[in-house]
Design a protein around this ligand. Structure first.
Ligand code: HPA
Length: 288
């Protein structure tokens, strides 16, 4: 018997529910080097992706693969510690399976984090960028996670994307950054998604900048598309780990994977503070 995507997810869901009884309200995806975020969880219960039926396995250093359930000051959360990427060879539909599972578990808000390179001269490595909008270069080139047979149990086929990033959540995290004195390091801009795993050539970086991207990364967008289709309110935050060279005469900004992971580790304390302050606002709004 051939299982539909929805059938596969029902099996994943059944397994997860056999281990965890509480229903999370907020999901958080921890990006490269940002796995420390799971430490905010009280009473954590961790489920390795390898145990969950039909779950893709992360193959990247800096991305362990586990779903961690817990609470933060009475707010029930689930964190994805590690994600899978298109560049690992997974199809977009496999990359969004964990997000669909979180939506089926009942999350109302998804907070997606990532590490990204920078092409905006007003931003710098170590800054955080709230994602106001995205440009999905893979989707524009035919690699949209919703391409293929439509199952209305996931939502509409033709999904409006102009409201994908929830304005109230954006305001909430901006307020949170002011509250904890981090606002000078918090920007707002456009995330451009590429497939990777190669970093950009100088000509590509120039082209992406010209088209309106501020940061560039290899994740997030398909996750936002999946969550938004299922009615989950979305917030995205990039940690800017490196500048991307757009100048042939300056080779200072050449990026290597280690820089990305190192910056994640260096800024993880502030990232955790920012997310905690944001969750305080969410608790207020949800009256938890
Ligand atoms: N380009 C693409 N993805 C990235 C980068 C980059 O420079 N840095 C971190 N993720």
């Amino acid at each position: 018997m051939i299982l539909t995507e929805y059938d596969k997810l029902l099996e994943s869901l059944q397994y997860v529910k056999s281990i965890v009884s509480s229903a999370p309200k907020v999901g958080i995806i921890c990006g490269s080097g940002l796995g420390d975020l799971v430490n905010i969880l009280e009473k954590p219960i961790s489920i390795p992706y390898s145990k969950i039926p039909h779950f893709p396995q992360s193959t990247v250093v800096g991305h362990s693969g586990e779903l961690v359930f817990g609470e933060q000051n009475r707010l029930p959360l689930v964190c994805m510690r590690g994600r899978v990427h298109l560049y690992e060879g997974y199809d977009a539909i496999e990359c969004i399976r964990p997000i669909r599972l979180m939506a089926m578990l009942g999350i109302e808000i998804l907070c997606v984090t990532n590490a990204a390179g920078n092409v905006n001269k007003n931003f710098k490595p170590g800054d955080f960028m709230i994602i106001r909008d995205h440009i999905s270069f893979p989707s524009l080139a035919g690699e949209n996670p919703l391409r293929g047979p439509h199952d209305e149990r996931f939502g509409d086929r033709f999904v409006t994307m102009s409201n994908a990033y929830d304005m109230e959540l954006i305001n909430e995290i901006e307020d949170a950054s002011v509250e904890i004195g981090l606002d000078k390091h918090v920007r707002k801009g456009i995330y451009g998604m590429v497939v990777g795993p190669t970093y950009e050539t100088i000509a590509e970086a120039r082209a992406l900048k010209l088209l309106g991207a501020d940061t560039i990364g290899m994740s997030t967008v398909h996750e936002i598309i999946a969550a938004h289709q299922m009615g989950v309110r979305c917030l995205g935050i990039s940690l800017i780990t490196n500048d991307i060279t757009t100048d042939y005469s300056s080779m200072e900004d050449i990026v290597e994977h280690e820089h990305v992971v190192d910056m994640g580790a260096r800024r993880s304390k502030d990232f955790v503070r920012l997310i905690l302050a944001f969750l305080k606002g969410v608790r207020r709004e949800m009256k938890v």
